[in-house]
Design a protein around this ligand. Structure first.
Ligand code: PMT
Length: 218
């Protein structure tokens, strides 16, 4: 629609992966490039929003007009999100947060030995569950769900468990959408039970469509 505008809205967007250090040279992470989240940030600014991007490590340039907080770990992302949360009307969590981190950080480079190597992992906090405990009544909270099977069912259960207004179900079982590539193919599910399929197209256009759905909710 031509009357689409997010003028005056404060939007918090997370993007990219997190990195969880094992020792000074190694980390655990995932394939998120940040492209989806940065496309959302750029599209939101074009629509007149004030955008704060909380970004894990990426190779992307921050879109013009977007404020950014750079983080590395899930814990840093959590702290930045909770610090920013009260100032925003809309939160979109497109980051791929590492679910686990090494239980211990080895301050010296781990040496090779014979036999197996074991790294113990502990759970990171779920940032969306923390948001659930701190959010204000007017805030619209949008999650993503990267799924390789039972995409819609798994996304629906995340929508409910994380108490979201909307979730973007991202089928990552095909190489042409999801992580790293320029295009995406998603289904938007709303708390009220709507389901909107967005066919394969650029992350820029997907971003625009997601923002349209959010504005319809407002
Ligand atoms: O960055 P790109 O290369 O462009 O790829 C885009 C993308 C595939 C990363 C993106 O479209 C996407 O699907 N992001 C969510 C990835 C993800 O981690 O999904 P999840 O199903 O594991 O998590 C569900 C939701 O909970 C997400 O909104 C996530 O940000 C959030 N979460 C997850 C774990 C955690 N500890 N805290 C969280 O808040």
């Amino acid at each position: 629609p031509n009357n689409l505008s997010l003028h005056g809205k404060h939007i918090l967007i997370t993007a990219g992966p997190t990195q969880e250090a094992i020792d000074p040279v190694r980390y655990i992470s995932n394939y998120s490039s940040g492209k989806m989240g940065y496309a959302l940030a750029e599209a939101a600014v074009i629509l007149g929003a004030k955008v704060m991007l909380i970004s894990g490590p990426t190779n992307l340039a921050v879109p013009k007009g977007v404020s950014v907080i750079q983080v590395i770990t899930a814990e840093q992302m959590l702290n930045a999100v909770l610090e920013e949360l009260p100032r925003h009307d809309i939160v979109i969590k497109s980051a791929a947060v590492a679910d686990y981190r090494p239980k211990q950080f080895a301050s010296q480079k781990i040496k090779k030995t014979d036999g197996f190597m074991t790294i113990e992992l502990e759970k990171n906090s779920d940032i969306l569950l923390e948001i659930k405990n701190h959010k204000l009544p007017h805030q619209v909270i949008v999650g993503f769900a990267a799924e390789s099977e039972n995409v819609i069912d798994n996304a629906k259960s995340k929508l409910l468990r994380k108490d979201l207004d909307m979730i973007v179900a991202n089928d990552i079982s095909h190489g042409d959408s999801g992580f790293m590539v320029d295009n995406n193919k998603v289904t938007i599910l709303t708390r009220s039970g709507q389901s909107i399929d967005l066919p394969l197209q650029s992350k820029q256009i997907i971003a625009r469509r997601i923002l349209e759905q959010i504005q319809n909710k407002e």
